[in-house]
Design a protein around this ligand. Structure first.
Ligand code: FPP
Length: 248
């Protein structure tokens, strides 16, 4: 039994696996720079870690895995890097589609998809349609994603319903807004993992992370393995979650 399997056994015995794990995949550029490689090669190496974390989440029994793959701010990166990331996204979808379907993974893509080029958009639409029936893990890929945009569109949707007379102002509640976020109808993340040691939320799931446990690891994303995911889950299981209440 390898080390990762031993951790998997431990977290299964501990019980209370997080239902929803969100990940800010950071450090691809630094991983490449340390090897004197161009940044896109860091992103390419990061694809292996995406596979690792999906397989690890399936093995651990996580229900929802949300990965921050491309932020709305990332559109400001050099065009070559954006092209490389979009090509990798298409490659990931082409390469993993069958495996994801076999494993019952249902892929959803969250973000401002109108900004994607035709190739990436077609790939995204195809993976979402082809995996829609999956009853295992829900895999949310956040692409061209910004949390403030997501909250603003939910507020806009509510405003339109109020303007149309279908809702009154008193119906604008936290629950009503949450139901219009792109992550609906899934539960909020229990655990947020960020790699490469940065202590920031970077406009990721600002509403949904209200009660999440945060776990920051110094590991750079391309070096992240299922063993690291299991360590994060074990750390989560040791935490005392109070949701503002006193200990039980
Ligand atoms: C952050 O590293 C990572 C990204 C902006 C992209 C993440 C993309 C992948 C892991 C590959 C493709 C993903 C999918 C789902 C197909 P950074 O470039 O900000 O690193 P740095 O902070 O070290 O410069």
């Amino acid at each position: 039994m390898d080390d990762a399997d031993a951790l998997l056994d431990r977290l299964r015995l501990a019980g209370g696996v997080p239902r929803h794990v969100a990940v800010i995949m950071d450090g691809n550029g630094r991983w490449a720079a340390r090897r004197h490689l161009p940044r896109p090669l860091g992103h390419q190496a990061g694809m292996a870690a995406v596979r690792e974390v999906v397989e690890g989440a399936l093995a651990a029994g996580v229900e929802v895995l949300t990965l921050f793959a491309f932020s709305r701010e990332n559109w400001q990166r050099p065009p070559e890097e954006i092209d490389a990331l979009m090509t990798l996204l298409e490659e990931y979808i082409a390469r993993e589609r069958d495996e994801l379907r076999r494993n019952g993974v249902s892929v959803r893509v969250l973000g401002d998809l109108a900004r994607l080029g035709p190739g990436a958009r077609a790939a995204v639409d195809r993976i979402v349609a082809e995996t829609a029936g999956g009853t295992g893990l829900v895999l949310n890929l956040c692409i061209s994603y910004g949390s403030r945009d997501e909250i603003a569109q939910a507020a806009r949707a509510l405003a339109e319903e109020v303007a149309a007379g279908r809702l009154g102002p008193a119906d604008v509640t936290a629950e009503a807004l949450a139901a219009r976020l792109w992550t609906a109808p899934h539960p909020d993340p229990d655990l947020l993992i960020r790699t490469s040691g940065e202590m920031r939320l970077s406009n990721f799931l600002l509403w949904q992370l209200a009660y999440a446990e945060l776990w920051v690891t110094p590991v750079l994303w391309p070096d992240f393995t299922r063993r690291d995911l299991f360590e994060g889950i074990l750390e989560f299981q040791r935490r005392d979650r109070r949701f503002g209440r006193v200990p039980a």
